[in-house]
Design a protein around this ligand. Structure first.
Ligand code: SAT
Ligand code: MN
Length: 592
């Protein structure tokens, strides 16, 4: 075997895994264009991807997955801390020794007949103290190619790892060795899938799935689950948040980060095109924010990723023109429908589907069921986004003015509510709930608690996580961003969304900025401060003041039901739930 690393630690680790996985060959992936083309050619020759029409969608590809491997698998995702209590009540737990004993035999010979791709990667911009290094070992060329877009993969990163010997080992196998067997376009092993994290030793072991967060291990596994544990230890936050730059009509710049569960519009908000004249926006990140305190006491956020892995269905020129431009070329699509002309289509892309679609299962679409899978995705480098902020890779990060916490709630939760304090904001984050989406396995549309949109991504006990948030804010009150609960998804009696959303969300952001600048008095409610009548600019929308009013009304009877539900939820979180949050709940109870 060619020697790829001179660091004894890295070389020994790579040798150990190569021996165990027993691949036919080993390839170091450093992301040069020629290497990417080689991966593309190989995937095309295997039937794993098709090249889209070079005029309609230059340098772009469509992959169709196995129909059993289409989303994150929360039931197969494990936090393997030594103590079960450190994984806490919201995570699946196995002890490290038990999990390793279960998985090692799976890895034995798992890459027979395949190529082992060694993918050194960095999360976080170059030269940043935020940066974390990893090496993903994978037998999926699709994953290797996707990693060159979603993370920073380069010779320089490989050298940095070799020099420091410090990296997060991330093992990935689709779990289908080729001992004489024919390969299939999307190999996977659903019966034996595990996505395991070892927070104390900072290791990631994934087996059986080739899809998204199960397989692109820099994203949810490293940047969120392992990242959150490291952040707790080192005093920073790893969050499931977009980062948006807003420029007011007077030219003042504000950065806002927002936590929303998967498939709740983070990418759309991150690429907001304001409908109110004078406002402008730029994108810093669409999924993950690493947040640290600066010397000035303000909080600084970095997007650790290098690309977007966005939900395709619903994305259109109307809903997200900037995403449409971003993915107009150089994009890997997964589980979208294929048009007769060799382009991609998904529900919502155009009002009526074109004739002659091939659906995400590779069959002529019969009009029954969706043509694209609801969790179909696009994978594209962030640099392709026409509104990417020039400072998106600033090693110091960007200073935050406000934090948004949002979810899909048909009722109860107002369009926007300002928390009374940092602690009250942490309380609101801890009780956030959202209707489930196709981003994970299981039924969609069921309301579940998803604190800080981190339920599937917090790598440790959620009670300790809330305490970390409380302590993080306690150190300095000066300069902390204010916290806002938002909900774009309120419905009327006809089950129609009331708020137009998308570019009109700038109206909510502009109210938030009015609050920060002391220009809006707001109206106090038991849940926090909502816009007073007239404070949200509706000019240019089709909403009348009467139609708008219910968006900021709180039904006290509904809120009382919610309080009771939160009591049960808190009871299940156990004794590590900070007393301060129980006090907040008690105070809310008294207010309703
Ligand atoms: O976890 S994924 O990267 O597959 C997408 C998500 O759920 O946010
Ligand atoms: Mn996400």
């Amino acid at each position: 075997m060619e020697k790829h690393f001179s660091s004894p630690t890295v070389a020994a680790w790579l040798q150990e895994w190569t021996d165990r996985l027993d691949p036919e060959r080993v390839e170091l992936v450093t992301g040069e264009p020629a290497q990417q083309e080689g991966l593309v050619d190989l995937l095309i020759s295997r039937g794993s991807i098709v090249r889209l029409d070079p005029v309609l969608r230059p340098n772009s590809f469509l992959a169709l997955s196995d129909s059993r491997d289409v989303a994150r698998l929360e039931s197969r995702t494990f936090i393997c801390s030594e103590q079960e209590s450190d994984a806490g009540p919201t995570n699946n737990w196995r002890s490290p020794s038990e999990m390793k004993a279960a998985m090692l035999p799976l890895y034995e010979g798992a890459m027979r007949g395949r190529t082992l791709y060694v993918v050194p990667f960095a999360m976080g911009p170059e030269g940043s103290r935020f940066q974390m290094l990893g090496i993903e070992l994978t037998d999926s060329a699709y994953v290797a190619l996707s990693m060159t877009r979603m993370a920073r993969v380069s010779k320089a990163v490989a050298e940095a790892i070799d020099q420091s010997g410090d990296f997060v080992p991330a093992i990935h196998s689709v779990g289908v060795p080729l001992a004489g067997r024919e390969d299939v376009p999307w190999p996977c092993n659903p019966e034996s899938t595990y996505v395991a994290h070892f927070p104390e030793t900072r290791e990631i072991w994934s087996f059986g799935s080739g899809y998204g967060g199960n397989a692109l291990l820099g994203k949810k596994c490293l940047a969120l689950r392992i990242g959150s544990v490291v952040g707790k230890r080192e005093g920073w936050l790893a969050e499931h948040m977009l980062i948006l730059k807003l420029i007011s009509p007077t030219g003042k710049i504000y950065y806002v980060a927002g936590a929303f569960p998967s498939a709740c519009g983070k990418t759309n908000l991150a690429m907001l095109v304001p409908t109110v004249p004078g406002w402008r926006a730029e994108t810093v990140g669409d999924d993950i924010a690493w947040i640290r305190r600066g010397e000035d006491g303000r909080l600084y956020a970095v997007n650790p990723e290098a690309g977007f892995f966005g939900v395709a269905p619903g994305t259109s020129v109307r809903s997200n023109a900037m995403a449409m431009q971003t993915i107009s070329r150089d994009t890997i699509f997964t589980n979208c429908a294929l048009t007769r002309e060799g382009d991609v289509w998904w529900e919502g892309a155009t009002e009526t589907p074109p004739d002659g679609l091939i659906d995400w299962k590779g069959l002529p679409w019969d009009g029954q069921g969706p043509a694209a899978h609801p969790n179909a995705r696009f994978t594209v480098p962030a640099s392709k986004c026409p509104m990417i902020a020039p400072e998106w890779q600033d090693p110091a990060g960007v200073p935050l003015s406000a934090l948004l916490l949002g979810g899909r709630r048909s009722d109860l939760i107002p369009l926007v509510t300002e928390a009374r304090s940092w602690e009250h904001g942490v309380f609101l984050g801890s009780i956030m709930a959202s209707e489930t989406t196709a981003a994970a396995e299981g039924p969609t549309g069921k309301v579940r608690r998803d604190p800080f949109a981190m339920l599937p991504f917090c790598g440790y006990n959620i009670g300790d996580y809330f305490r970390h948030w409380l302590e993080f804010g306690a150190e300095s009150k000066e300069g902390l961003p204010r916290i806002y609960l938002v909900n774009w998804f309120r419905r009327n009696a006809d089950r129609k969304y009331i708020w137009p959303g998308y570019g009109d969300n700038v109206r909510v952001l502009s109210w938030i900025i009015d609050r920060l600048e002391g220009r809006a008095a707001g109206r106090d409610t038991p849940l926090g401060v909502v816009p007073a009548p007239g404070e949200i600019d509706l000019a240019g929308t089709s909403l009348s003041a009467e139609e708008f009013a219910p968006l900021v009304e709180i039904d006290l009877a509904d809120l009382a039901v919610e309080v009771e539900d939160v009591k049960g939820y808190y009871a299940n979180l156990g004794e590590r739930l900070p007393a301060r949050l129980r006090d907040e709940l008690e105070e809310l109870h008294k207010r309703v």
